[in-house]
Design a binder for this molecule. Structure first.
Ligand SMILES: Nc1ncnc2c1ncn2[C@@H]1O[C@H](COP(=O)(O)OP(=O)(O)OP(=O)(O)O)[C@@H](O)[C@H]1O
Ligand SMILES: [Mg+2]
Length: 279
């Protein structure tokens, strides 16, 4: 996939400060490795080259020594395991906006004034936006991943143990987990002024005891024109899932008021006795 804008040979040679012959040789080598290609007379950078540049950034900063397995291939990103020189495991999220549809690009794009729709703009902004969001949220709660660093179209995250809630894992205490999710959404909204906007069982990870709200590039603030609708959708999606999968019942309106900070407590009620996800 093409990542950058196309550039002609003269401009590249000038920028590189190298003799034309050397520049041509280097470009040919990159082309052989499928890191750059041609658009007519011009050269274009493929996303694989940007991936490597980001990896080099993390390697230079001693965060990355080896690239591990693909953890997940999402609609809008690929997430890889990364091993650091001191044996820490990180999750490297590489944004791939535009892989699905233009609507998603618009939805996930940060609200900057820059209106150009290039791959670079959309994906770099999404990564910056998510990194900034996680730094802000992490000051407030342990229930989001720690963001370690950011480069180009990527963010480097602490690798979380566990699985998506959508897999309906056995939970020690489903009521307690739901309470933590709603409390985290409440803290995000009332203190950080942030609404995830895409919260669901697919964007919540759990190890059965702890829980993390992930995937924040599309977050909006309370003054966003769709803020009320998005907050309601986030809360109701999670409630519907907990009722369906774990038989945990909370009054919808009460939960929404709780997340908005309008009431101090929640009433979580169990409709079934099992804590194993069903269905
Ligand atoms: N910090 C992390 N630790 C471990 N796994 C992670 C982490 N962040 C993301 N993942 C995995 O990668 C998947 C995709 O991440 P995320 O939801 O942030 O991206 P996405 O592109 O929006 O994906 P999707 O379109 O599937 O929602 C997650 O569902 C999870 O399985
Ligand atoms: Mg997601």
């Amino acid at each position: 996939m093409i990542g950058g804008r196309s550039t002609n040979f003269d401009a590249i040679a000038r920028m590189s400060g190298q003799p034309a012959e050397r520049t041509r040789f280097a470009l040919d080598e990159l082309n052989k490795r499928k890191l750059i290609g041609f658009a007519g007379e011009n050269y274009v950078v493929y996303t694989s080259a940007l991936d490597l540049l980001a990896l080099k950034h993390y390697a230079d900063k001693d965060y990355a020594m080896a690239l591990g397995k693909l953890i997940a291939k999402g609609k809008e990103s690929d997430v890889y395991e990364v091993l650091s020189p001191n044996s820490e495991l990180f999750a490297l999220k590489l944004f791939r906006l535009g892989r699905t549809s233009f609507r998603d690009v618009k939805r996930k794009r940060s609200r900057s004034k820059d209106d150009s729709n290039t791959w670079v703009t959309s994906n770099y902004n999404a990564a910056r936006h998510e990194f900034a969001a996680l730094l802000r949220l992490r000051k407030l709660t342990e229930n989001v991943p720690t963001a370690v660093d950011q480069d180009r179209h990527t963010v480097l995250l602490q690798e979380l143990p566990g699985v998506r809630l959508s897999q309906r894992p056995e939970l020690d205490d489903a009521d307690g987990i739901l309470s933590v999710i709603l409390r985290t959404a409440r803290e995000a909204y009332t203190v950080s002024k942030m609404i995830n906007g895409d919260l669901s069982e697919y964007n919540i990870l759990t190890d059965g005891r702890r829980v993390w709200l992930i995937d924040w590039p599309q977050w909006v603030g309370p003054t966003h024109p769709n803020a009320a609708e998005l907050l309601g959708r986030d809360v109701f999606t999670v409630l519907r899932f907990f009722l369906r999968a774990y038989g945990v019942k909370v009054d919808d309106e009460r939960a929404l008021r709780y997340v908005r900070g309008e009431v101090e407590s929640l009433k979580v009620r169990r409709a079934r006795s099992s804590t194993r996800g069903s269905g």
